[in-house]
Design a protein around this ligand. Structure first.
Ligand code: SAM
Length: 133
């Protein structure tokens, strides 16, 4: 985004201390990227409704929420209407309970093509999928 001088990364945290740390660290160490990052505080379900309304579509989504398979599935369903062919979806903790409900959906989907899976020792599990249709 910085090289293209275009785009916006939205990131959210429900824990105030983590939220403040993120704002502080970007401000201290990555100030040149601040134009491209919008920090949100609160629950994704409430805060991101208006963000998605405004943005319309999501080009790139990373899911890395609570260690809760149901929440990850809920996140996926929440964002799905805003993802289009060409959207890239990355999901962290691909090998843990966090993704156990979403994993079979992506793996058996005609809509998503899994392009990369990182496994130990490189990662605790990270997947990259491309929306085909
Ligand atoms: C695994 S951590 C994310 C770590 C972060 N991606 C990183 O690499 O530093 C998951 C975070 O999701 C936050 N979280 C949990 N439920 C949330 C919700 N409903 N809305 C927004 N954030 C939430 C937690 O407070 C926690 O800090």
């Amino acid at each position: 985004m910085s090289e293209n001088a275009f785009g916006k990364l939205h990131t959210i945290e429900i824990d105030r201390e983590f939220y403040e740390n993120a704002v502080h660290d970007y401000t201290s160490y990555l100030p040149s990227l601040l134009n491209y990052v919008e920090f949100h505080f609160g629950d994704f379900r409430t805060v991101y409704s208006s963000v998605l309304e405004k943005e319309g579509t999501v080009d790139f989504l990373i899911l890395d929420g609570a260690e809760d398979g149901q929440q990850t599935l809920e996140q996926y369903s929440f964002f799905l209407p805003y993802m289009k062919p060409g959207t890239i979806l990355m999901v962290h903790d691909w090998l843990t309970a966090k993704t156990e409900l979403l994993k079979p959906i992506l793996e058996n989907s005609d809509v998503w093509e899994i392009q990369r899976v990182l496994t130990p020792p490189d990662s605790v599990g990270f997947v990259l999928a491309l929306r085909k249709q």
